[in-house]
Design a protein around this ligand. Structure first.
Ligand SMILES: Cc1ncc(C[n+]2csc(CCOP(=O)(O)OP(=O)(O)O)c2C)c(N)n1
Ligand code: SF4
Length: 286
């Protein structure tokens, strides 16, 4: 059985023809198949946006939440049932703007989820307004004179916060994306995969052609060591004529579940439901 058969749903999507989201959807289904996972053991959590629709087009369990609330919802799900492979997924607006605070704390707590950010450098669903990833000078409906400030750097922030797995890939490089997603899902702890995703309708700067001449795999360099935090941080700032993709940083450290005593005896959903004696609880507050 091929990947596409186990995880793919043949359903019409709401995406524009040529959208980079198709490449991410296809790579994700192949990565999960390659890891020999079954759809019933996978939960996708997404917010609102074009990227947030991805779980509608792949087999598995879906929790569609509010714009920007993907990560806290995914955290709750993982705590409730740690046996699930939890994939959080959304756009750069969802994750780095509205959900920016959650992004910081999910990494700090090292929750064992994979976070895929479809980075198209605009708010796609609401028609191309500037997002935190829009480059300085980019003209959009909300920045008619061009973006006046620096872009957000999710990789540098993730490395600074000692996130367990920090990677970037590219929607049009299927083999690279499949390999990166597989490694991210296998990583025990928070795994960020920022995916460069061309938006053919609202981003006329960061196009397939633009990326084709710039993207290179930093893991092809034998001198690059993803365990070296300083090296990773320095490379996370490289952007322009050359754009690195690959695993920037990797570290194993305790996950959130390791620090919650109630989870030591297994996922909450598999533990017996104990009704507390409310009189005893209330007595503690008298
Ligand atoms: C709390 C809240 N704020 C704003 C919106 C409006 N909204 C919905 S999707 C969206 C932008 C989505 O952009 P992004 O997350 O980058 O995803 P994309 O569509 O580009 O994949 C916005 C602003 C909303 N639905 N809810
Ligand atoms: S607007 Fe952009 S991100 Fe949304 S479906 Fe179309 S190409 Fe994709």
């Amino acid at each position: 059985m091929t990947t596409e058969r186990r995880f793919a749903i043949s359903r019409e999507t709401a995406w524009c023809p040529g959208c980079g989201n198709f490449g991410i959807l296809s790579a994700l289904s192949q990565a999960l198949e390659g890891l020999d996972l079954n759809p019933q053991d996978v939960l996708y959590v997404s917010g609102i946006g074009q990227a947030g629709k991805t779980p509608h087009y792949i087999k598995g369990n879906v929790l569609n939440t509010l714009h920007g609330r993907t990560l806290p919802t995914a955290t709750g799900a993982k705590i409730a049932n740690g046996d699930l492979t939890v994939i959080a997924e959304g756009g750069d607006g969802d994750g780095y703007a509205e959900g920016g605070n959650h992004f910081v704390h999910a990494m700090r707590k090292n929750i064992d989820i994979t976070y895929i950010v479809h980075n198209n450098q605009v708010f796609g669903l609401t028609k191309g307004q500037a997002s935190p990833m829009s480059g300085p000078g980019m003209v959009t409906g909300t920045t008619p004179k061009g973006v006046a400030y620096e872009s957000f750097n999710p990789l540098a922030l993730a490395i600074t916060l000692n996130a367990g797995f920090v990677a970037r890939s590219y929607a049009a490089d299927q083999q690279h994306l499949i390999k990166t997603l597989k490694a991210a899902v296998q990583h025990p702890g928070f795994a960020l995969v920022d995916v460069l995703q061309p938006c053919v309708t609202f981003n006329k700067i960061n196009t397939y052609q633009w990326y084709r001449s710039r993207v290179y795999d930093l893991n092809q360099d034998p001198n690059y060591d993803p365990h070296d935090r300083s090296m990773a941080w320095e490379r996370s700032w490289e952007w322009g004529e050359k754009i690195p993709i690959g695993i920037f940083y990797k570290v194993n450290r305790p996950t959130l579940a390791d620090s919650i005593p109630a989870l030591k005896s297994g996922p909450l959903v598999k533990q017996p439901l104990v009704s507390p004696n409310l009189d005893e609880v209330l007595a503690q507050f008298k």
